[in-house]
Design a protein around this ligand. Structure first.
Ligand code: SF4
Length: 327
């Protein structure tokens, strides 16, 4: 190890995942509440047994909260002449007006959130792929639950997932990464913040940002450079929009390789040839699809720590969320 190079600056005090708890709205039945039409629940083990220890839930059951009770007749979405309605299966009761009024009010009252987990296929909660019945025509399966639609209209930038998709490791990691990133941003912008706080935040998220969207990283950098010279609220909104849009893009293998080369570069002159080859080899192997992401990441994290490179140690890229959430 070359010890003649001066160590980099010390890591900055960016809110890390140990210090933040994402606030996540969730369909109550997914937490095991007996609120379904049949008096049962749709408990998700990942949510109740794993994620629950790291987030603050905001449970919502739209059908119970408009007073339908459980058990109750099943509801469905019906479209007729371009108008969508929420009715009982036999069409006897129409709950459209009650649900729309409730959604308007409940969404306005919700606290600042970092994401949603919604029950799939529900005519009230389903975020996508909900059946819409049409008289004399085949069922359209591209609907959105009536409550979920209002949520997503009001906060389109927030991550939304269905419980079933959280069983897919890639989708789950992306969702969890986004809610933690959003929670750190919310922690930054809660209360008074100084331009230097935003500079430090942007710097600590550089590699994570690059893995998602290099173009938006650069645009956001220009926004950060204007901190102090523009109204803070306007700058905060613009940065939040860029950050959310960038993190909504799932990182590709190529973008991860690009981010990892940004990690590798500042440490190359501190490492001997064998170590350099070792690291370059595992990054290549990951790029070819011959090694999982965890392999080069573990090696890079190890060397960033061993070489005491403060800038790298401060990067959220190495641990974007508590590792126990990645099964
Ligand atoms: S899907 Fe939504 S409306 Fe239906 S039981 Fe679950 S929380 Fe309630």
């Amino acid at each position: 190890m070359n010890t003649t190079t001066k160590p980099g600056p010390k890591p900055t005090a960016i809110p890390r995942q140990q210090n933040v708890r994402p606030r996540v709205a969730v369909s109550s039945c997914l937490l095991g509440e007996p609120v379904r039409y049949n008096g049962g629940h749709s408990r998700s083990r990942f949510l109740t047994d794993t994620l629950a220890a790291h987030v603050d839930w905001v449970p919502v059951c739209p059908e119970m909260e408009i007073g339908l009770g459980a058990p109750r007749p099943t509801l469905r979405l019906v479209t007729d002449g371009g108008v969508e309605r929420l009715t009982t299966k036999d069409g006897g009761d129409d709950h459209t007006a009650a649900m729309l009024a409730f959604a308007e009010q409940r969404v306005a009252e919700l606290p600042d959130l970092d994401g949603w987990v919604l029950k799939s296929r529900s005519p009230s909660c389903g975020p996508r792929g909900v059946s819409r019945f049409r008289k004399g025509q085949p069922t359209d399966r591209r609907g959105t639950g009536m409550f979920a639609g209002r949520l997503m209209d009001v906060r389109p930038e927030l991550p939304v997932e269905e419980e079933g998709r959280l069983n897919d490791a890639l989708l789950r990691d992306h969702f969890v990464e986004r809610i933690f990133a959003y929670a750190r941003l919310r922690a930054l912008f809660t209360g008074a913040w100084m331009p230097r706080d935003l500079v430090a935040f942007h710097s600590a998220h550089k590699l994570q940002f690059l893995a998602h969207d290099p173009a938006r990283y650069r645009t956001a950098g220009r926004v950060v450079a204007e901190a102090g010279n523009r109204p803070a609220a306007e700058l905060q909104d613009e940065y939040t929009e860029l950050f959310a849009a960038a993190f909504a893009i799932r990182p590709s293998r190529g973008r991860h390789v690009n981010a990892m080369l940004h990690v590798f570069s500042p440490m190359t002159d501190r490492l001997d040839t064998a170590r350099r080859r070792d690291i370059a080899g595992v990054i290549d192997a990951y790029g070819r699809g011959d090694a999982p992401l965890a392999v080069p990441m573990a090696l890079l994290r190890h060397h960033a720590k061993g070489e005491d490179i403060g800038y790298l140690q401060a990067q959220t890229y190495f641990e974007p969320f508590p590792p126990e959430l990645s099964r």
